[in-house]
Design a binder for this molecule. Sequence first.
Ligand code: ATP
Length: 259
Amino acid sequence: MTDYDTVSADVEHEEEIPEDHPRYQDLLTRHRIEKGVEKGITHLQGMHAEGRGSAFDYLLGEATIPSADDAERAAAAHLLLADHPVLSINGNVAALVPSEMVALAEATGADLEINLFNRTPERIEAIADHLREHGAEDVKGLEANARIPNLDHQRAKVDEDGIYDADVVLVPLEDGDRAEALNEMDKTEIVIDLNPLSRSPQVADVPIVDNIIRAVPNMTEHARVLADEDEAVLRSIINEFDREAALEQAEDRIRSGEL
Ligand code: ATP
């Protein structure tokens, strides 16, 4: 028996999870989702989404593969060049990477907007408070005074001066219907999703097949490095990115990667 076998499944604080545990990221992710459910910011269905993601991450080797790093760099370039970039936050995103999303918004000049599949005023408020506790100053998504066309009423709600108006949107862990509807609005859509076969990355302009807990800090790092580059440099990074190749390379790694 290794010491790791003694790590409890329900640690109280994430600091109790040993960083050198071979499944550290998975344990951390699971812990944050559980805390999110307890705090009322994550819906129970978010646990199922997390379970699906965890299986794909295992097959990816729980690492950012080179094509995902390319996608994260292209995504950072898109956000820096945008007139109005918006980062969409759902219950899983808020539970997993609250301060990391605030840092990405600051590095790219993007707005943060809460956008929920299971929308209730209590969850919206709980998520807005949680983001503010992690440094967010302005949180959108509370007004929900505009609609994404071709979606049912609840899931279509967005802010008129937020996602509705955005030219570039980051929609992590997004449901396929909304990803498709946003894409039809002619926005540049960046998706983070561990399943390359899911509809959301399939319709994205920039599909990032990586765990959100690795992807968001890496995008911020790229954005900081690229912040002072000329527009021409950013455009060439965007043009060189090949979305089909990124999806294929992720699928190849999942099907044939050595664990
Ligand atoms: P579709 O996009 O076709 O509707 P789905 O029904 O599987 O697919 P959802 O359950 O709405 O999609 O969203 C969950 C998605 O989020 C899954 O594809 C899962 O792989 C992904 N996911 C879950 N956790 C993470 C994570 N930590 N990082 C990145 N992606 C994740």
